[in-house]
Design a protein around this ligand. Structure first.
Ligand code: ADP
Ligand code: AMP
Length: 204
């Protein structure tokens, strides 16, 4: 099954993606993770993306689309995949529709007012990608795999505010886009993590 996880920054996409990928044995493709890896490795793509990411803006469509197109050609995507953080603009959604067929779009619906706290308090495991929140888990090592926990550079309040604005203007229209294609499944992302996952599994 080819799935898109839609939702504002902080809605819980990464948190749920780790669980979905594990249960359904499909690759979790996060464009944000791909950019962070490229930045760390100092590649040309990383260099191009960094200035946008630091400002909380979107990386240009053509750069992201090319990355996703190449990634979806890899063998592990044959039996399905989960896209997290892509598409983020109507142009990306249109480009994706020419590359592949999507079976379901899961939208994690949440009050945007909750997201600044979720994002500035977010901590992530460098090894397995598990997301934590500083208010409930402040250890330096991941509970699941023992990996190092870090805070993303763009999870500061100024960048977060810009990312939420960008979501509102450029990504939110995708809800209507996929709804009109009868692909959209809405889930209440304000529920606790296990309940959100239960709702996703029921839909899938
Ligand atoms: P996204 O990938 O959509 O940007 P994350 O999955 O990384 O969001 O979650 C952002 C923050 O919110 C993390 O600190 C995570 O632990 C927390 N979080 C995720 N889902 C929930 C939830 N259902 N309830 C409360 N906190 C959550
Ligand atoms: P994320 O990890 O999904 O929160 O993404 C982090 C940052 O990477 C975003 O704020 C954007 O700057 C960039 N990014 C990730 N995915 C995309 C995308 N599909 N289109 C444009 N920029 C993206």
């Amino acid at each position: 099954m080819n799935i898109i996880l839609l939702g504002a920054p902080g809605a819980g996409k990464g948190t749920q993606a780790v669980r979905i990928a594990e249960k359904y044995k499909i690759p979790h493709i996060s464009t944000g993770d791909i950019f962070r890896k490229n930045i760390k490795e100092g590649t040309l793509v990383g260099l191009k993306a960094k200035s946008y990411i630091d400002k909380g803006q979107l990386v240009p469509d053509e750069v992201v689309v090319e990355i996703v197109e190449n990634r979806l050609k890899e063998a592990d995507c044959k039996a399905g995949y989960l896209l997290d953080g892509f598409p983020r603009t109507l142009a990306q959604a249109e480009a994706l529709s020419k590359i592949t067929k999507i079976d379901a779009v899961i939208n994690l619906d949440i009050d945007l007012k909750k997201l600044a706290d979720r994002l500035t308090g977010r901590r992530i495991c460098r090894d397995c990608g598990e997301s934590y929140h500083i208010s409930t888990y402040s250890d330096k090592a991941c509970k699941k795999c023992g990996g190092e926990i870090y805070q993303r550079d763009d999870d500061n309040i100024a960048t977060v505010n810009s990312r939420l604005q960008v979501y509102e203007n450029q990504t939110k229209p995708l809800i209507e886009y996929y709804s009109s294609k009868n692909l959209l499944k809405n889930i209440d992302g304000g529920q606790d993590i296990d309940k959100v996952f239960e709702d996703i599994v029921n839909i899938l």
